[in-house]
Design a protein around this ligand. Structure first.
Ligand code: ISL
Length: 572
């Protein structure tokens, strides 16, 4: 069950048999997981004390969002020291205790690597503000153009991607907030410093990295203007930095300098907004030695309108077309990562399911079943295994996230009314994912004895880990069964994927075939009873897993109760 059993240190794993293909990863956003000292912010000791909840699911890997020293302007994705722990989370000794406790439970620990940018409070950037400093070239400093920004790029967090520094009257590039200046990867010293830092963590015992926006690190050094965006104010620079000219060279170099020194043990996953299937094949082809897998963004953009804060209903046929294309595209080479949720996305039970008491458990377990039966490595975001829902965010005072606050301010400056902006923020804002983990029914959900930095969701009186673990029919135990199935049934890991019913707006159905075994997976994405035609031959197939009342009888037509999911198995 533990990841190590497949790793066989010292022996070369055959391509296709790497341990992470059968692994499941659990993401912890430490600020919101468990607070041990009552300051209202989660910390490493709190997490260490709650590891049995994670291990109890049977997961193989824990991915820890950033815990490094940081001004916390983007909740730790703005790092001021790569080789220490922020006091709000603990210290290196607390980190070592966490790592040992993770390993004791047969799990691995993957760190967040945020090296597209640092904090503006990082000593590297502080030094680079001096034009004569050897660090000047570590960032993208440029003189003004006609007294203004060096190009027209807009930042992901609104406004220009350039900030003017009074120290030298030059501008520096920041694709995210002005407190997140972009590192200049053209400079070999920057790359070496990053490699050395990575080796330092790996030598300490960590088992890999989730790499933040790693496909943005190579920019076209000419920094050309982008085509004007809808706002008419800023240009879209993404063609000049998404999977930029030297990205594959940088990742192959990183592999050579870092990952290759720890054969077999590591898991690497690159977060890649805007990545295409064709590019992902290159990034994840084991023969190219770049990354094990990437996070792509297509399926979490299908319900966006003009932008992410203009949500549209999801069309199931779009979701199937998109995920199906990724399954096919990475079938013969490369590997998928599978996710509904992370710290940047609204809660999936609220977004694609039904979070009302009637269908919450059923829709959450249906969504889990469909996702986990795809080919790829599934990621579970903290609280997803409890069907935690979006936060009851009302006025702008309820929001904490820099992205939402900036978007709101910009929209109001442009003349929008609060009541027209808030619905999009409520549906899509990142704070939805960041409310405290719901451990029990007590006043602060067992998260803290103090005042939580973001209020706990009032539904924690019903939806919490203590209740879920005590109830064999809970979402938590369904996730546990899905993970156990992946560990015991090779068809879940290796099986060929075939999409069924691509034009059906209600049922998501596919098969996975491996050797003499074929799995049929079907999920009802609606609150109605539905039927669908199936290929012949499924009569009498064994029920492997289900979440519904009828366990979906197969008679040639498939009948599914509201939000029902089934997995059936035929063996030749
Ligand atoms: O959520 C987003 C805004 O729509 C994305 O653009 C997000 O910013 C993007 O996925 C990159 O995310 C990562 O890098 C950001 C950080 O704010 C996110 O939390 C992180 O996951 C900058 O480090």
């Amino acid at each position: 069950m533990a990841a190590d059993s497949a790793a066989r240190p010292g022996r070369q794993t055959r391509p296709g048999q790497e341990w992470w293909r059968s692994a499941v990863v659990y993401q912890v956003y430490p600020r919101s997981f468990a607070d041990s000292d009552g300051d209202g912010i989660g910390d490493l000791a709190g997490l260490t004390g709650r590891l049995d909840h994670i291990a109890g699911l049977g997961v193989d890997v824990l991915w820890l969002s950033p815990v490094y020293p940081s001004p916390q302007s983007d909740n730790g994705y703005d790092i001021s020291d790569y080789q220490d722990i922020d006091p709000v989370f603990g210290d290196l000794a607390a980190f070592d205790r966490l790592l040992a406790a993770v390993h004791e439970r047969g799990m691995k620990l993957v760190m967040d690597l945020v090296v597209n940018h640092t904090s503006d409070e990082h000593p590297w950037f502080q030094e680079s503000r001096d034009p004569g400093s050897p660090k000047r070239d570590w960032y993208w400093w440029r003189p003004p153009r006609d007294g203004r920004e060096p190009n027209n790029w807009g930042s992901f967090f609104t406004g220009s991607a350039w900030a003017r520094d009074s120290a030298s009257d030059a501008y520096y590039l920041h694709l995210f907030s002005p407190k997140q200046p972009d590192l200049n990867w053209e400079n070999p010293d920057v790359r070496q410093a990053v490699h050395a830092m990575m080796r330092w963590w790996l030598d300490r015992g960590v088992d890999g990295f989730r790499m933040d926006v790693i496909n943005l690190i190579s920019k076209d050094p000419a920094l050309p203007d982008g085509v004007l965006r809808g706002d008419g104010l800023y240009g879209d620079g993404s063609p000049h930095f998404v999977c930029g000219p030297r990205i594959h060279e940088y990742l192959q170099e990183m592999h050579r300098e870092v990952m290759a020194h720890y054969p077999e043990r590591l898991l690497t996953v690159g977060e890649m907004p805007g990545v295409t299937v064709e590019q992902a094949r290159l990034f994840t082809d084991p023969r190219r030695a770049e990354l094990d897998m990437v996070f792509q963004f297509e399926h979490v953009g299908l319900d966006h309108g003009r932008d992410k804060f203009d949500p549209r209903p999801l069309r199931l046929t779009d979701l199937k077309a998109s995920l199906g294309r990724w399954q096919t595209g990475l079938a013969d080479v490369g590997w998928n990562s599978l996710y509904w949720n992370n710290h940047d996305q609204p809660r999936v039970v609220s977004r694609f399911g039904d979070d009302s008491p009637r269908y919450r458990t059923r829709s959450a377990t249906m969504l889990a079943t469909v996702l986990h039966l795809h080919r790829g490595t599934p990621y579970i975001y903290q609280g997803e295994e409890l069907a935690m829902a979006n936060a009851p965010l009302r006025s702008i005072e309820d929001f904490r996230d820099i992205e939402s606050l900036n978007h709101y301010a910009e929209a109001l400056r442009a003349g929008a009314r609060p009541e027209d902006v808030l619905p999009g923020l409520r549906a899509m804002g990142r704070d939805n994912a960041r409310t405290p983990m719901q451990w029990d029914a007590s006043p602060q959900a067992g998260f803290t004895t103090g005042t939580p930095w973001l209020p706990v969701n009032p539904d924690h009186t019903e939806v919490n880990a203590a209740a879920a673990r005590a109830n064999p029919d809970s979402v938590y135990h369904h996730y546990r069964r899905l993970i156990a199935l992946r560990h015991s049934e090779p068809a879940v890991v290796h099986g060929d994927f075939t999409m069924l019913l691509p034009d059906d707006e209600r049922v998501y159905a596919f098969t996975r075939a491996y050797g003499g075994t074929t799995l049929l997976v079907a999920g009802n994405f609606t609150g109605d009873t539905v039927t669908a035609e199936l290929p012949a031959g499924w009569e009498g197939a064994e029920l492997v897993l289900g979440n519904g009342p009828s366990a979906a009888a197969v008679t040639g037509r498939l009948a599914l109760a509201p939000w029902e999911a089934v997995v059936r198995r035929l063996t030749r």
